[in-house]
Design a protein around this ligand. Sequence first.
Ligand code: BGC
Length: 462
Amino acid sequence: MSRTPPTHRRRRRRSVLIAGAAVGAAAMTLTTLGFASADEADNQPMARVDNPYAGAQLYVNPDWAANATEGGGAAIADQPTAVWLDSRAAITGGSAGNSTGLREHLDNALEQGADAIQIVTYNLPGRDCAALASNGELGPNDIDIYKTEFIDPINEIVSDPKYAELRIINIVELDSLPNLVTNVGSRPTATPECDEMLANGNYVKGVGYNIATLGDNENVYNYIDIGHHGWIGWEDNFQASADILFEAANAEGATPADVAGFAANSANYGALVEDHFSITDTINGQQIRGESSWIDWNNYIDEQSFAQAFATQAAPAAGFPSGLGVIIDTSRNGWGGPDRPTGPGPQTSADEYVDGGRYDRRIHLGNWCNQSGAGLGERPQASPAPNIDAYTWIKPPGESDGSSEEIPNDEGKGFDRMCDPTYEGNPRNNNNMSGALPNAPLSGHWFQAQFEELLANAYPPL
Ligand code: BGC
Protein backbone atom coordinates (compact mmCIF):
# COMPACT_ATOMS: atom_id res chain seq x y z
CA MET A 1 0.00 0.00 0.00
CA SER A 2 1.41 3.35 -0.96
CA ARG A 3 1.33 6.19 1.48
CA THR A 4 0.71 9.74 0.35
CA PRO A 5 3.53 11.90 1.64
CA PRO A 6 2.24 14.22 4.35
CA THR A 7 3.17 17.29 2.32
CA HIS A 8 0.41 16.48 -0.17
CA ARG A 9 -2.11 16.48 2.55
CA ARG A 10 -1.94 20.01 3.82
CA ARG A 11 -5.23 21.34 5.05
CA ARG A 12 -6.96 24.56 4.23
CA ARG A 13 -7.08 27.08 7.02
CA ARG A 14 -10.31 27.31 8.92
CA SER A 15 -10.62 30.94 7.83
CA VAL A 16 -11.69 29.85 4.35
CA LEU A 17 -14.50 27.79 5.78
CA ILE A 18 -17.78 28.61 4.11
CA ALA A 19 -20.69 28.35 6.48
CA GLY A 20 -22.96 25.50 5.47
CA ALA A 21 -26.15 27.47 5.83
CA ALA A 22 -27.33 26.28 2.46
CA VAL A 23 -27.23 22.67 3.60
CA GLY A 24 -30.79 22.13 4.67
CA ALA A 25 -33.17 19.26 4.50
CA ALA A 26 -34.06 20.19 0.96
CA ALA A 27 -30.54 19.70 -0.26
CA MET A 28 -30.44 16.29 1.34
CA THR A 29 -33.49 14.75 -0.24
CA LEU A 30 -33.52 11.81 -2.55
CA THR A 31 -34.69 13.85 -5.51
CA THR A 32 -31.57 13.13 -7.52
CA LEU A 33 -31.84 9.37 -7.08
CA GLY A 34 -31.37 7.63 -10.38
CA PHE A 35 -29.31 10.36 -11.99
CA ALA A 36 -25.59 10.01 -12.20
CA SER A 37 -23.64 13.00 -11.02
CA ALA A 38 -22.35 15.12 -13.91
CA ASP A 39 -18.85 14.98 -12.49
CA GLU A 40 -18.85 11.26 -11.99
CA ALA A 41 -16.86 10.51 -15.11
CA ASP A 42 -13.70 12.50 -14.48
CA ASN A 43 -12.72 10.68 -11.30
CA GLN A 44 -10.41 13.48 -10.28
CA PRO A 45 -9.77 13.64 -6.57
CA MET A 46 -11.60 16.57 -5.05
CA ALA A 47 -9.68 19.31 -3.36
CA ARG A 48 -9.26 18.61 0.30
CA VAL A 49 -11.58 20.79 2.38
CA ASP A 50 -11.49 21.88 5.97
CA ASN A 51 -15.01 20.74 6.75
CA PRO A 52 -16.39 17.92 4.59
CA TYR A 53 -19.95 18.73 5.68
CA ALA A 54 -19.87 22.34 4.53
CA GLY A 55 -21.98 22.86 1.44
CA ALA A 56 -22.31 19.11 0.98
CA GLN A 57 -25.32 17.00 0.15
CA LEU A 58 -25.04 13.95 2.39
CA TYR A 59 -25.91 10.38 1.54
CA VAL A 60 -29.31 9.12 2.66
CA ASN A 61 -29.09 5.43 3.56
CA PRO A 62 -32.03 3.78 1.76
CA ASP A 63 -32.14 0.89 4.25
CA TRP A 64 -32.68 3.26 7.15
CA ALA A 65 -34.99 5.50 5.10
CA ALA A 66 -37.22 2.50 4.35
CA ASN A 67 -37.39 1.51 8.03
CA ALA A 68 -38.10 5.09 9.04
CA THR A 69 -40.85 5.50 6.45
CA GLU A 70 -42.48 2.24 7.37
CA GLY A 71 -42.17 3.12 11.03
CA GLY A 72 -44.18 6.32 10.64
CA GLY A 73 -41.23 8.65 10.16
CA ALA A 74 -41.72 9.73 6.55
CA ALA A 75 -41.10 13.32 7.68
CA ILE A 76 -37.47 12.51 8.52
CA ALA A 77 -36.75 9.64 6.13
CA ASP A 78 -34.83 12.01 3.84
CA GLN A 79 -32.25 12.77 6.52
CA PRO A 80 -28.69 11.46 6.14
CA THR A 81 -27.56 8.84 8.68
CA ALA A 82 -24.25 7.00 9.01
CA VAL A 83 -23.65 3.57 7.53
CA TRP A 84 -22.23 1.26 10.20
CA LEU A 85 -19.55 -1.28 9.31
CA ASP A 86 -19.73 -3.35 12.47
CA SER A 87 -18.26 -6.66 11.28
CA ARG A 88 -16.28 -8.13 8.40
CA ALA A 89 -19.52 -9.44 6.90
CA ALA A 90 -21.02 -5.93 6.94
CA ILE A 91 -18.49 -4.80 4.33
CA THR A 92 -20.16 -6.87 1.66
CA GLY A 93 -23.43 -7.90 3.24
CA GLY A 94 -24.69 -5.11 5.52
CA SER A 95 -25.23 -5.26 9.26
CA ALA A 96 -27.85 -6.04 11.87
CA GLY A 97 -30.76 -6.83 9.61
CA ASN A 98 -29.74 -4.63 6.65
CA SER A 99 -28.27 -6.20 3.55
CA THR A 100 -26.51 -3.41 1.67
CA GLY A 101 -22.73 -3.65 1.48
CA LEU A 102 -20.25 -0.79 1.34
CA ARG A 103 -19.71 -0.79 -2.42
CA GLU A 104 -23.43 -0.64 -3.03
CA HIS A 105 -23.78 2.26 -0.57
CA LEU A 106 -21.03 4.15 -2.38
CA ASP A 107 -22.68 3.46 -5.73
CA ASN A 108 -26.01 4.63 -4.31
CA ALA A 109 -24.32 7.77 -3.06
CA LEU A 110 -23.06 8.54 -6.57
CA GLU A 111 -26.55 7.92 -7.91
CA GLN A 112 -28.03 10.27 -5.35
CA GLY A 113 -25.56 12.91 -6.47
CA ALA A 114 -24.34 13.06 -2.88
CA ASP A 115 -21.11 14.91 -2.09
CA ALA A 116 -20.40 12.99 1.09
CA ILE A 117 -21.17 9.72 2.85
CA GLN A 118 -20.68 8.92 6.53
CA ILE A 119 -19.40 5.51 7.56
CA VAL A 120 -18.74 4.23 11.07
CA THR A 121 -15.88 1.77 11.34
CA TYR A 122 -16.67 -0.31 14.40
CA ASN A 123 -15.02 -3.68 14.77
CA LEU A 124 -11.97 -3.34 17.02
CA PRO A 125 -10.54 -6.40 18.72
CA GLY A 126 -12.25 -6.83 22.10
CA ARG A 127 -14.85 -4.22 21.18
CA ASP A 128 -16.98 -2.46 23.80
CA CYS A 129 -14.79 -3.43 26.76
CA ALA A 130 -16.94 -1.76 29.42
CA ALA A 131 -20.28 -3.09 28.21
CA LEU A 132 -21.73 -6.18 26.63
CA ALA A 133 -24.47 -5.02 24.26
CA SER A 134 -22.07 -4.27 21.42
CA ASN A 135 -19.36 -6.82 21.97
CA GLY A 136 -18.17 -7.75 18.54
CA GLU A 137 -16.79 -10.64 16.57
CA LEU A 138 -13.06 -10.11 17.22
CA GLY A 139 -11.25 -11.31 20.33
CA PRO A 140 -8.90 -9.00 22.29
CA ASN A 141 -5.82 -10.19 20.40
CA ASP A 142 -7.24 -10.23 16.87
CA ILE A 143 -5.45 -7.08 15.76
CA ASP A 144 -4.05 -8.73 12.62
CA ILE A 145 -7.53 -9.85 11.59
CA TYR A 146 -8.76 -6.30 12.18
CA LYS A 147 -6.08 -4.95 9.87
CA THR A 148 -6.16 -7.47 7.07
CA GLU A 149 -9.77 -8.65 7.07
CA PHE A 150 -11.54 -5.45 8.10
CA ILE A 151 -9.62 -2.25 7.38
CA ASP A 152 -7.75 -3.45 4.27
CA PRO A 153 -10.89 -4.69 2.48
CA ILE A 154 -12.70 -1.45 3.35
CA ASN A 155 -9.76 0.47 1.97
CA GLU A 156 -9.78 -1.54 -1.22
CA ILE A 157 -13.34 -0.40 -1.88
CA VAL A 158 -12.94 3.17 -0.65
CA SER A 159 -9.82 3.74 -2.74
CA ASP A 160 -11.56 2.80 -5.99
CA PRO A 161 -11.03 5.88 -8.21
CA LYS A 162 -14.72 5.70 -9.06
CA TYR A 163 -15.43 7.21 -5.63
CA ALA A 164 -12.66 9.78 -5.66
CA GLU A 165 -15.09 12.69 -5.79
CA LEU A 166 -17.16 11.52 -2.90
CA ARG A 167 -16.08 12.77 0.51
CA ILE A 168 -15.97 9.74 2.76
CA ILE A 169 -16.42 10.70 6.39
CA ASN A 170 -15.03 7.91 8.56
CA ILE A 171 -16.27 7.96 12.14
CA VAL A 172 -13.75 5.88 13.98
CA GLU A 173 -14.39 3.19 16.57
CA LEU A 174 -16.86 4.64 19.04
CA ASP A 175 -16.32 4.24 22.77
CA SER A 176 -12.91 2.65 22.39
CA LEU A 177 -10.16 5.10 23.39
CA PRO A 178 -12.21 6.85 26.13
CA ASN A 179 -12.70 3.43 27.73
CA LEU A 180 -8.92 3.17 28.09
CA VAL A 181 -8.97 6.30 30.24
CA THR A 182 -11.95 5.82 32.49
CA ASN A 183 -12.52 2.10 32.81
CA VAL A 184 -9.07 0.85 33.73
CA GLY A 185 -6.65 0.46 36.61
CA SER A 186 -7.69 1.43 40.10
CA ARG A 187 -10.81 3.31 39.04
CA PRO A 188 -14.01 1.93 40.56
CA THR A 189 -15.38 1.79 37.01
CA ALA A 190 -12.59 -0.45 35.72
CA THR A 191 -13.33 -3.70 33.92
CA PRO A 192 -10.85 -6.55 33.29
CA GLU A 193 -11.68 -6.30 29.57
CA CYS A 194 -10.66 -2.62 29.35
CA ASP A 195 -7.53 -3.32 31.40
CA GLU A 196 -6.64 -5.96 28.85
CA MET A 197 -7.21 -3.64 25.87
CA LEU A 198 -5.05 -0.98 27.50
CA ALA A 199 -2.31 -3.49 28.22
CA ASN A 200 -2.22 -5.13 24.80
CA GLY A 201 -2.44 -1.79 22.97
CA ASN A 202 -4.85 -3.12 20.38
CA TYR A 203 -7.35 -0.26 20.55
CA VAL A 204 -4.57 2.27 20.03
CA LYS A 205 -2.99 0.20 17.25
CA GLY A 206 -6.33 -0.51 15.61
CA VAL A 207 -7.35 3.15 15.55
CA GLY A 208 -3.90 4.13 14.29
CA TYR A 209 -4.01 1.58 11.50
CA ASN A 210 -7.56 2.54 10.61
CA ILE A 211 -6.88 6.26 10.17
CA ALA A 212 -3.46 5.75 8.59
CA THR A 213 -4.80 3.35 5.99
CA LEU A 214 -8.07 5.04 5.11
CA GLY A 215 -6.50 8.47 5.57
CA ASP A 216 -4.21 7.75 2.62
CA ASN A 217 -7.17 8.56 0.42
CA GLU A 218 -7.46 12.29 -0.26
CA ASN A 219 -11.24 12.06 -0.04
CA VAL A 220 -11.40 10.34 3.37
CA TYR A 221 -12.02 12.45 6.49
CA ASN A 222 -11.36 10.64 9.77
CA TYR A 223 -13.26 11.74 12.87
CA ILE A 224 -12.14 10.04 16.09
CA ASP A 225 -14.66 9.40 18.85
CA ILE A 226 -14.31 11.42 22.07
CA GLY A 227 -17.22 9.97 24.04
CA HIS A 228 -19.52 12.64 25.46
CA HIS A 229 -19.64 15.27 28.20
CA GLY A 230 -21.20 12.88 30.71
CA TRP A 231 -18.15 10.67 30.38
CA ILE A 232 -15.09 12.68 29.39
CA GLY A 233 -16.20 16.03 30.84
CA TRP A 234 -14.61 15.47 34.23
CA GLU A 235 -11.19 16.93 34.90
CA ASP A 236 -9.51 13.54 35.29
CA ASN A 237 -10.80 12.28 31.96
CA PHE A 238 -10.66 15.29 29.66
CA GLN A 239 -7.01 15.90 28.82
CA ALA A 240 -6.16 12.24 29.35
CA SER A 241 -8.58 11.34 26.56
CA ALA A 242 -7.08 13.85 24.16
CA ASP A 243 -3.65 12.47 25.03
CA ILE A 244 -4.57 8.88 24.21
CA LEU A 245 -6.21 9.99 20.97
CA PHE A 246 -2.96 11.70 20.08
CA GLU A 247 -1.08 8.50 20.85
CA ALA A 248 -3.38 6.62 18.46
CA ALA A 249 -2.93 9.37 15.87
CA ASN A 250 0.77 8.54 15.89
CA ALA A 251 0.48 4.74 15.99
CA GLU A 252 0.85 2.20 13.18
CA GLY A 253 1.89 4.75 10.58
CA ALA A 254 -0.77 7.35 11.44
CA THR A 255 0.06 11.03 11.79
CA PRO A 256 -2.09 13.82 13.24
CA ALA A 257 -2.69 14.92 9.63
CA ASP A 258 -4.83 11.80 9.31
CA VAL A 259 -7.33 13.32 11.73
CA ALA A 260 -10.01 15.61 10.31
CA GLY A 261 -11.75 16.08 13.62
CA PHE A 262 -13.55 14.42 16.51
CA ALA A 263 -16.98 12.91 17.11
CA ALA A 264 -18.95 13.61 20.29
CA ASN A 265 -22.08 12.04 21.74
CA SER A 266 -22.08 9.20 19.22
CA ALA A 267 -25.05 6.96 19.93
CA ASN A 268 -25.56 8.83 23.20
CA TYR A 269 -28.25 11.10 24.63
CA GLY A 270 -26.46 14.18 26.06
CA ALA A 271 -28.35 17.43 25.57
CA LEU A 272 -26.80 19.69 22.96
CA VAL A 273 -27.16 22.93 24.94
CA GLU A 274 -28.77 23.28 28.38
CA ASP A 275 -30.31 26.76 28.39
CA HIS A 276 -31.70 27.00 31.90
CA PHE A 277 -28.53 26.74 33.99
CA SER A 278 -24.84 27.23 33.52
CA ILE A 279 -21.82 25.63 35.12
CA THR A 280 -20.89 28.76 37.07
CA ASP A 281 -24.35 29.32 38.66
CA THR A 282 -24.64 29.36 42.43
CA ILE A 283 -27.71 28.63 44.53
CA ASN A 284 -27.79 29.82 48.14
CA GLY A 285 -24.14 30.73 47.74
CA GLN A 286 -23.15 27.22 46.67
CA GLN A 287 -21.80 26.32 43.25
CA ILE A 288 -24.15 23.98 41.44
CA ARG A 289 -21.13 22.32 39.86
CA GLY A 290 -20.33 20.55 43.12
CA GLU A 291 -23.68 20.69 44.86
CA SER A 292 -25.96 19.26 42.17
CA SER A 293 -25.81 15.49 42.04
CA TRP A 294 -26.65 15.62 38.31
CA ILE A 295 -23.52 17.66 37.51
CA ASP A 296 -21.39 16.05 40.24
CA TRP A 297 -18.25 18.15 39.62
CA ASN A 298 -18.27 17.72 35.86
CA ASN A 299 -16.81 20.76 34.06
CA TYR A 300 -19.49 20.68 31.36
CA ILE A 301 -23.27 20.55 31.35
CA ASP A 302 -23.87 19.84 27.68
CA GLU A 303 -22.35 18.44 24.51
CA GLN A 304 -21.66 21.63 22.64
CA SER A 305 -19.63 23.34 25.36
CA PHE A 306 -17.73 20.08 25.91
CA ALA A 307 -17.03 19.59 22.20
CA GLN A 308 -15.85 23.16 21.74
CA ALA A 309 -13.53 22.95 24.73
CA PHE A 310 -12.14 19.66 23.48
CA ALA A 311 -11.39 21.15 20.08
CA THR A 312 -9.90 24.40 21.35
CA GLN A 313 -8.17 23.26 24.55
CA ALA A 314 -7.62 19.54 25.07
CA ALA A 315 -6.80 18.58 21.47
CA PRO A 316 -4.19 21.32 20.85
CA ALA A 317 -2.70 20.71 24.30
CA ALA A 318 -2.27 17.05 23.36
CA GLY A 319 -0.44 18.01 20.16
CA PHE A 320 -3.16 18.09 17.52
CA PRO A 321 -3.12 21.03 15.11
CA SER A 322 -5.51 23.72 16.27
CA GLY A 323 -8.70 24.28 14.31
CA LEU A 324 -9.91 20.68 14.08
CA GLY A 325 -13.68 20.56 14.35
CA VAL A 326 -16.09 18.27 16.17
CA ILE A 327 -19.22 16.59 14.85
CA ILE A 328 -21.98 16.02 17.38
CA ASP A 329 -24.45 13.16 17.11
CA THR A 330 -27.85 14.81 17.55
CA SER A 331 -29.94 11.83 16.50
CA ARG A 332 -31.46 11.22 19.92
CA ASN A 333 -30.63 14.14 22.21
CA GLY A 334 -33.66 16.34 21.57
CA TRP A 335 -35.54 15.71 24.84
CA GLY A 336 -38.70 17.45 23.63
CA GLY A 337 -42.32 16.58 24.26
CA PRO A 338 -44.61 17.73 27.07
CA ASP A 339 -42.04 17.15 29.85
CA ARG A 340 -39.44 19.52 28.40
CA PRO A 341 -38.73 22.29 30.94
CA THR A 342 -39.61 25.78 29.72
CA GLY A 343 -37.55 27.64 32.30
CA PRO A 344 -35.09 27.22 35.17
CA GLY A 345 -35.90 25.06 38.19
CA PRO A 346 -36.68 26.63 41.58
CA GLN A 347 -33.79 28.29 43.43
CA THR A 348 -34.49 26.23 46.54
CA SER A 349 -31.47 23.94 46.25
CA ALA A 350 -28.83 23.12 43.66
CA ASP A 351 -30.53 19.79 42.92
CA GLU A 352 -34.00 21.25 42.50
CA TYR A 353 -32.66 24.07 40.38
CA VAL A 354 -30.73 21.82 38.00
CA ASP A 355 -33.20 18.94 37.93
CA GLY A 356 -36.12 21.28 37.33
CA GLY A 357 -34.40 23.03 34.43
CA ARG A 358 -32.48 20.37 32.58
CA TYR A 359 -33.66 19.09 29.21
CA ASP A 360 -31.77 15.81 29.59
CA ARG A 361 -34.22 13.74 31.61
CA ARG A 362 -32.13 10.64 32.13
CA ILE A 363 -32.02 9.17 35.62
CA HIS A 364 -28.22 9.45 35.52
CA LEU A 365 -25.77 10.87 32.97
CA GLY A 366 -24.06 7.49 32.71
CA ASN A 367 -27.17 5.80 31.32
CA TRP A 368 -26.79 4.98 27.64
CA CYS A 369 -29.14 2.23 26.53
CA ASN A 370 -32.48 2.95 24.79
CA GLN A 371 -33.26 5.86 27.09
CA SER A 372 -36.86 6.35 28.03
CA GLY A 373 -38.21 9.81 27.18
CA ALA A 374 -35.61 10.70 24.54
CA GLY A 375 -36.47 12.46 21.29
CA LEU A 376 -34.82 13.21 17.98
CA GLY A 377 -32.44 16.14 18.24
CA GLU A 378 -31.33 18.84 15.83
CA ARG A 379 -31.67 17.83 12.19
CA PRO A 380 -28.32 17.33 10.47
CA GLN A 381 -26.65 20.59 9.47
CA ALA A 382 -23.16 21.82 8.67
CA SER A 383 -21.17 24.42 10.61
CA PRO A 384 -23.87 25.20 13.20
CA ALA A 385 -21.51 26.79 15.75
CA PRO A 386 -17.83 27.69 16.16
CA ASN A 387 -15.58 24.61 16.04
CA ILE A 388 -18.54 22.35 15.26
CA ASP A 389 -18.26 20.85 11.78
CA ALA A 390 -21.78 19.44 11.92
CA TYR A 391 -24.72 18.26 13.89
CA THR A 392 -25.24 14.84 12.39
CA TRP A 393 -27.12 11.59 12.92
CA ILE A 394 -24.47 8.97 13.59
CA LYS A 395 -26.69 6.49 15.41
CA PRO A 396 -29.59 5.87 13.05
CA PRO A 397 -32.66 6.71 15.14
CA GLY A 398 -34.83 3.64 15.67
CA GLU A 399 -31.91 1.21 15.89
CA SER A 400 -31.60 -0.37 19.32
CA ASP A 401 -28.63 0.11 21.66
CA GLY A 402 -28.99 -3.39 23.04
CA SER A 403 -31.54 -6.03 24.02
CA SER A 404 -33.43 -5.70 27.27
CA GLU A 405 -33.09 -9.40 27.91
CA GLU A 406 -30.75 -12.08 26.68
CA ILE A 407 -31.26 -12.94 22.98
CA PRO A 408 -29.07 -15.66 21.47
CA ASN A 409 -27.39 -14.37 18.29
CA ASP A 410 -24.48 -14.89 15.93
CA GLU A 411 -23.37 -11.23 15.93
CA GLY A 412 -21.19 -11.47 19.04
CA LYS A 413 -23.66 -9.30 20.94
CA GLY A 414 -23.95 -9.85 24.66
CA PHE A 415 -26.70 -8.97 27.08
CA ASP A 416 -25.90 -5.82 29.03
CA ARG A 417 -28.15 -5.20 31.98
CA MET A 418 -27.89 -1.45 31.34
CA CYS A 419 -30.50 -2.25 28.66
CA ASP A 420 -32.78 -3.95 31.19
CA PRO A 421 -35.32 -1.52 32.71
CA THR A 422 -35.29 -3.46 36.01
CA TYR A 423 -31.51 -3.17 36.47
CA GLU A 424 -30.28 -1.16 39.44
CA GLY A 425 -26.98 -0.13 37.92
CA ASN A 426 -23.24 -0.39 38.46
CA PRO A 427 -20.39 2.02 39.28
CA ARG A 428 -20.47 3.47 35.76
CA ASN A 429 -23.93 4.95 36.37
CA ASN A 430 -23.37 5.37 40.09
CA ASN A 431 -25.76 2.50 40.82
CA ASN A 432 -28.88 4.09 39.42
CA MET A 433 -31.75 2.50 37.53
CA SER A 434 -30.89 2.01 33.84
CA GLY A 435 -33.73 4.12 32.42
CA ALA A 436 -33.90 1.76 29.42
CA LEU A 437 -37.08 1.02 27.49
CA PRO A 438 -38.44 -2.54 27.78
CA ASN A 439 -38.73 -5.13 25.01
CA ALA A 440 -35.72 -3.95 23.03
CA PRO A 441 -34.15 -6.10 20.29
CA LEU A 442 -30.40 -6.67 19.81
CA SER A 443 -28.21 -3.63 19.25
CA GLY A 444 -28.51 -2.34 15.71
CA HIS A 445 -31.87 -3.98 15.12
CA TRP A 446 -35.01 -1.93 14.48
CA PHE A 447 -36.84 -0.93 17.64
CA GLN A 448 -40.19 0.45 16.59
CA ALA A 449 -41.43 1.49 20.05
CA GLN A 450 -38.29 3.54 20.59
CA PHE A 451 -38.57 5.10 17.15
CA GLU A 452 -42.14 6.23 17.90
CA GLU A 453 -41.01 7.82 21.15
CA LEU A 454 -38.14 9.59 19.39
CA LEU A 455 -40.59 11.05 16.88
CA ALA A 456 -43.04 12.13 19.59
CA ASN A 457 -40.33 13.77 21.70
CA ALA A 458 -38.40 15.36 18.84
CA TYR A 459 -36.85 18.74 19.56
CA PRO A 460 -36.98 20.80 17.46
CA PRO A 461 -40.43 19.24 16.98
CA LEU A 462 -41.20 17.69 13.61
C1 BGC B 1 -24.53 -2.05 17.15
C2 BGC B 1 -24.24 -2.19 15.67
C3 BGC B 1 -25.15 -1.26 14.89
C4 BGC B 1 -25.05 0.14 15.40
C5 BGC B 1 -25.98 1.11 14.70
C6 BGC B 1 -24.45 -0.61 17.56
O1 BGC B 1 -24.84 -0.48 18.89
O2 BGC B 1 -23.64 -2.83 17.90
O3 BGC B 1 -24.47 -3.50 15.29
O4 BGC B 1 -24.80 -1.31 13.51
O5 BGC B 1 -25.32 0.17 16.78
O6 BGC B 1 -27.30 0.91 15.04
